[in-house]
Design a protein. Sequence first.
Length: 471
Amino acid sequence: MLTDYEMVCGIETHVELASKTKIFCGCSTAFGGEPNTHCCPVCLGLPGALPVLSSEVVRLAVKAGLALNCSINLHSHMDRKNYTYPDLPKAYQISQFDEPLCVGGFVTLDSGKRIGITRIHIEEDAGKLVHGSEGTFVDYNRAGVPLIEIVSEPDISTPEEAREYTEKLRLIMRYADISDCRMQEGQMRCDVNLSLRLHGSDTFGTRTETKNINSFGNIVKAMNLEIGRQAAVLDAGGTVIRETMRYDEDANRIVSMRSKEGFDDYRFFPEPDIPRFSIDEAEINDIRASIPELPFEKRERYIKELGLSEYNADHLYRYKNVCAFFEAVINTGATPRNTANLIIVTIFSGFSTEGEKEDFDIRVTAQEMAKLVKYLDEKKISMQTASKTLLSMLETGEGADSFISPEDLTDVDADELLALCQKAVEENPKAADDVRSGTDKAINVLKGHVMKNSRGRADSAEAERIIRSLL
Ligand SMILES: [Zn+2]
């Protein structure tokens, strides 16, 4: 029975660092390109070619460690991890074994639970096998692309926690410019280590590793499948075998790849071609200072200092470019609330994907947006007019003044608004009665009447207040 077991899970996440060049040579890390064009003797592992560790890669990895609350090892070295596979030209991968750059961090989930981070080390990516009708080819463009591997503690107890943990990792990496984490390009891949044990047991069950999962949805799906599979094995009195699995997205199933290697199989030893290296406190402080406000701190500040609702803060904070735009607008003195509302209600209405919100490629400058928000702040225009104007601005790239007519700008003064509200109540006796007798949505009929007769200039919230007082 599934309910008899609890899950124990740790995740290893490979993240491609945002370095323009590879970890041990000057070759480009650009995605794609003709096969084997971003290669040199170092990334091809030709005899005599000597790797030189990129200082940029070390800095980015340290930055990742600091952003994830790790301690930084002041002295570190690279190791050779030996295995034979056609995508690995040297027959070893240069990685780190017993002296990783960063140790002992954590990510805090919304529940307050911390998922520990055991270590972060740097390593090179392998090449890629391309299977075609004429056979299998190898593209070494990816060989030597710099990666960090972030290893979590086995603190994850549900697939949902796994999803939240990896989403938060991604957000932090992107915010701090450590990686773009474009999962569809393989810039972030997760290996899920998972085992089951009886509730209350304090020994771990045998774990399996499901490798290279490349979306948050697939992490949850693969974990649910693997939990079900292991539970069925245990229920039948069997034992789970330590093995490496793959999640087959098309068939939505878990497939066994091979029995799992132990550390001994890799015959790790220190890389003789790269000297030990160190990093000093001054450099670490320098890197720490380069880390911007992180997403969860930003969310806090938006709520506590700017007075945004949790709803608004939640819709802004995950998108770095949106936050930059929002902050540029409010820095001119526009109110945070109206700015946030216009972004979330009007600008976001034109986006259908998360990617579009992340890119936030719009034709309105922060200055023009600020001008529009200020008209709204000063009640020179209604929210409806502001929203309509903003849509035109987004469409054409022209400024607010191109679309706001003098008529729009004439504020409906208090006497006029009162008269409009009285007229709405008189001309819609049924709606007025409905509101009085508790059918509250009838208020929209009355408000609509006011908005129509003011040609959208009236402040609808103010109109509602007056209508209610009249009733
Ligand atoms: Zn190279």
